[in-house]
Design a protein around this ligand. Structure first.
Ligand code: FES
Ligand SMILES: [Fe+2]
Length: 429
C-alpha cells in the first residue's frame, strides 16, 4: 500500500483506504498504538498505593497500578503463563491479582508472587523473576494525565506534547482542589474508523453548527459556547485543539452563568480567577475553558467552563471499521457540593451516549463509513483543502500555531504525523 499516494497533504486529499484497508489498520496498531505516547488515565484514579484501573493501549489490554512504593506502572493485562486477562475489574484497590485460569498471582509491581503447586509443577529451579508481568517501559505524567508507551526510544513526553503542555497545565490549575476523574464510564461501540472521530475532535469546528443544529435550536448547547471569538491551535506530533476562546472574552459569560446559579457559584468563580492570576500567565488567568482537543493519536477531551464537567474520551480501535468509545467525566475535587450536581448533569445531555452531540457525531461516523466502504466510493478521496496555505497567526498570548476557528489545518496536521508514524520516520528519542 502506497501511503504517500493516499495521503496527499500538499493538495489536501486523503484516500479512503486509510480508513478501510485492513493492512493499514494492522500497520497502525504497530506503528502508532505500540509506538506513540498514549494517555492511559489520570493520577486521581490512583490516589492510594495498590489502587488500579484497567485500560487499553490499541487492542492490548493494560492494567495501570500504583505500587506499594507509590510508583505508577502500566502492565499488559495478560498472564505470562498462558495469556488469561488477570484483571477484569474496571478499577479498585488490590494487593495482588490472581489469574482466573491457573492461579498465578502478581502483585501491583508486576512481580509473580505466587504459583500454585510450584514445586510439584515446575521443580526447584523455577524462576518467578523472568515471568513478571510485561511492563510498558515508558510511563510519565503531565498535569496529572498519565501517558505510557511501549517504545523505549519514544521522544521525551515533554517534546511530544510541546506547547500543548501549557493548556494541560492550565486545565489542572483551574481547580480549587485538583482535577478528579469521577468513577464510572460510558462505553459504546461505533461502526467506524477511530481516525474519523479523533480528527473531528482535533479540529472539525466546521461541523458544529450544522451537525449539532438541533442542540443549538433546543438550547442544549453549553451556555458558554458561541459567546465570543475562538481559535484553532495546532501542535507538532499531530495534536490539535479547537474552540480555544480569545483570552479575556469569556469571563463575562462565565459570570452571567454563575449569577443564574447563585452566590456560591459567583464566589467559586472569583476564587478560581484569583488562583489563576496567582499561578498562571496572564493569558492562562483569562481562559476558563479550552474547547475541544485531541492528543494524538486517540485521546480527546472537551473543557468548556468552570460550570461544566469536562469529558475525557478514548476512541479505542477495534478494527478498520470498528471502535469502542470509553468516556469519563472530570471535575474539581473542591467545587461546592451543590454545584457539582448541576455540572455533572450537563454533559449527559451533550457529548454522551444519549446526549445530542454524542448521537449526532456517531451518526456521522457510521454513515461516513457506510457510504465510503464500497468499491466505487473508495476510489474518491476525502477533501481536506479548507484553509490550505493559510499561514498561522502570531499570537503571543496563545502557545502553538494559531489558526482561524474554521479550518481543516488540524486534520492535515493529524494525518501528517500519522503518515510519519506509518512510514517509520516519526521522531524518536
Ligand atoms: S493463564 Fe494465568 S495462570 Fe495460567
Ligand atoms: Fe460533534
Amino acid at each position: 500500500m502506497q501511503l504517500c499516494a493516499l495521503v496527499d497533504l500538499e493538495r489536501g486529499f486523503i484516500g479512503r483506504d486509510v480508513y478501510f484497508d485492513e493492512a493499514v489498520y494492522r500497520a497502525e496498531l504497530e506503528r502508532v498504538f505500540a509506538k506513540c505516547w498514549l494517555v492511559v488515565g489520570h493520577e486521581s484514579q490512583l490516589a492510594a498505593p495498590n489502587d488500579f484501573f484497567t485500560q487499553y493501549m490499541g487492542e492490548d489490554p493494560v492494567l495501570v497500578t500504583r505500587d506499594v512504593a507509590g510508583q505508577i506502572r502500566v502492565f499488559l493485562n495478560s498472564c505470562t503463563h498462558r495469556g488469561m486477562k488477570i484483571c477484569r475489574e474496571e478499577a479498585g484497590n488490590a494487593r495482588a491479582f490472581e489469574c482466573p485460569y491457573h492461579g498465578w498471582t502478581f502483585d501491583t509491581s508486576g512481580r509473580l508472587a505466587a504459583v500454585p503447586h510450584e514445586l510439584a509443577a515446575y521443580g526447584a529451579n523455577f524462576q518467578r523473576e523472568s515471568r513478571a508481568l510485561i511492563e510498558a517501559p515508558k510511563v510519565e505524567s503531565c498535569a496529572g494525565f498519565i501517558f505510557a508507551s511501549w517504545d523505549t526510544d519514544v521522544v521525551p513526553l515533554r517534546t511530544y506534547l510541546g506547547d500543548l503542555r501549557w493548556y494541560l497545565e492550565l486545565m489542572a490549575a483551574r481547580q480549587l482542589g485538583r482535577l478528579e476523574v469521577l468513577p464510572g464510564q460510558q462505553r459504546y461501540k461505533v461502526a467506524g474508523n477511530w481516525k474519523v472521530a479523533a480528527e473531528n475532535f482535533a479540529g472539525d469546528n466546521y461541523h458544529t453548527t450544522h451537525t449539532h443544529a438541533s442542540a443549538i435550536i433546543t438550547g442544549a448547547l453549553p451556555p458558554i459556547l458561541g459567546t465570543g471569538p475562538d481559535h484553532t491551535v495546532s501542535f507538532p506530533y499531530g495534536h490539535g485543539t479547537q474552540l480555544i476562546p480569545d483570552p479575556g472574552t469569556k469571563f463575562s459569560a462565565e459570570l452571567a452563568w454563575a449569577k443564574t446559579l447563585g452566590p456560591e457559584a459567583v464566589e467559586y468563580l472569583e476564587a478560581l480567577r484569583f488562583k489563576l492570576v496567582r499561578v498562571g500567565t496572564e493569558a492562562q488567568s483569562e481562559l476558563f475553558g479550552l474547547g475541544v482537543s485531541n492528543i494524538f493519536p486517540h485521546f480527546s477531551f472537551n473543557d468548556f467552563s468552570v460550570f461544566h464537567a469536562s469529558t475525557l474520551i478514548w476512541w479505542h480501535p477495534r478494527g478498520a471499521n470498528a471502535m469502542e468509545v470509553w468516556q469519563s467525566l472530570t471535575y474539581d475535587s473542591e467545587a461546592p457540593r451543590a454545584l457539582r450536581e448541576y455540572v455533572l448533569e450537563l454533559p449527559t445531555g451533550e457529548q454522551a451516549v444519549a446526549g445530542f452531540f454524542g448521537q449526532d457525531d456517531v451518526e456521522n461516523i457510521e454513515q461516513v463509513t457506510a457510504a465510503s466502504r464500497g468499491v466505487v466510493s473508495r476510489r474518491a478521496p476525502f477533501d481536506y483543502t479548507m484553509g490550505l496555505g493559510t499561514p498561522p497567526r502570531t499570537d503571543s498570548r496563545l502557545p502553538g500555531q494559531v489558526y482561524p476557528s474554521i479550518t481543516e489545518q488540524n486534520q492535515r496536521n493529524f494525518y501528517s504525523y500519522w503518515l510519519s508514524c506509518m512510514n517509520g520516520d516519526a521522531g524518536r528519542g
